[in-house]
Design a protein around this ligand. Sequence first.
Ligand SMILES: Cc1cc2nc3c(=O)[nH]c(=O)nc-3n(C[C@H](O)[C@H](O)[C@H](O)COP(=O)(O)OP(=O)(O)OC[C@H]3O[C@@H](n4cnc5c(N)ncnc54)[C@H](O)[C@@H]3O)c2cc1C
Length: 404
Amino acid sequence: MATVTAVSAARDRTDVLIIGAGPAGLSLGLSLRGLGLAVTLVDRQGEAGLADPAYDGREIALSLRSVEILQQIGAWAHIADDEIAPLKSANVINGRSTAALHFDPTAVGEDALGCFVSNHVIRRALYAEQTASGEAALMTDATVVGLSLGAEGGVVTLADGREIEAGLVVGADTRFSAARRMAGIAASQHDFAKTMIVTKAQFQHPHDHVAWECFLPGGALAVLPLNDGQASIVQTFAPAEATRQMGLAIGDYLQAASHRLKHRFGRLTSLSERFAYPLVGVYANEFARPGFALVGDAAVGMHPVTAHGFNLGVQGQAILVDHIRRALKRGRGPADARALGAYERDHRRLSAGMYWSTLAIAELYARESLPAKLARRLLLDAGRRLPTARRLIVKTLTQPLAAH
Ligand SMILES: Cc1cc2nc3c(=O)[nH]c(=O)nc-3n(C[C@H](O)[C@H](O)[C@H](O)COP(=O)(O)OP(=O)(O)OC[C@H]3O[C@@H](n4cnc5c(N)ncnc54)[C@H](O)[C@@H]3O)c2cc1C
């Protein structure tokens, strides 16, 4: 049954309607608080699934910029200290080489690159803050099936036939966004033809909160360090091999992973089931149209290798709200064309280089051809010899939110 919390049970007119109460949509709902706007969030999931989402195997590497935004919008306070795992540094290894490219936050005066928080914990925290504040209306079990846009905003149709009119409609409904499609916005999609398998394990030996990204023959393997000697093991395989790997007994699967890690961390003991994610990158051709905007994965759906999907989503919505705030101060509405144009420009500036370089890196490291192997070695050697480039990468992870 559909439920609506807060403001009104059957609002048919709202200032901002957000399709999707995932991390991006909920962050946007919270960022819009205090602006005097009527905000409605609509999600096809039930209330229980949104309030207390199940563990989904995703350990999100949050940049310091994202943490800052989550603090500003009140969600961070709902996350317990022991749910935050520091990311002290990161090593990247190419093939069977023992030399690692090391990313060290002390190079830019920080003591951590960021931290890991489970995706379900972030979602739960955002939802808790959303319902505690009660400023926005939240409609659950409500699937958006229609959208029409005009000069005065948009009209959204739900699966049960209800219609909601909004000055600004925002699509935050996954990388396979129906809203984006219904708004007539095309997107570049890149199917990596790879599947990522994630699972949580207890390590016998300490990981010292250092992340490892190993580009190994047969597919990449990453170790994401969590608290209490636990870690997430992330492996990427061709789809048929991923199906085979998912069919292995979990003990055999972890033993093979430990072998690929040269038993650096000793015995690995299973702490969760495995989750498989087919890898598809998406970049929308436009982030805004009159009366409409895209945020989160619906705008930019990243390959997880550079751990920037959520980070871009949470930073993108902050940019959108910043421009809406300025428009309201000048007496204009939330769908002000200049505000949406500025969001389009700024979010593209933030995300385009990141998206396309991530896509190139993911492709380069997925290939087993000789030129690809040579290019990888050159890239890592260059990285090792160029501390300035490494410092720049560390800086993009740690620097405070840039003013625009
Ligand atoms: C294995 C893995 C690891 C990752 N690791 C990282 C990382 O380390 N760092 C990082 O920054 N990012 C990471 N990401 C990316 C991150 O998880 C995503 O970028 C983020 O979850 C996207 O949030 P979103 O709100 O845009 O979309 P989603 O989380 O997909 O939420 C979309 C919401 O829209 C709702 N919805 C969809 N369609 C409709 C409809 N028609 N009507 C109503 N509601 C609808 C859905 O129910 C859902 O609640 C990772 C992703 C994966 C797969």
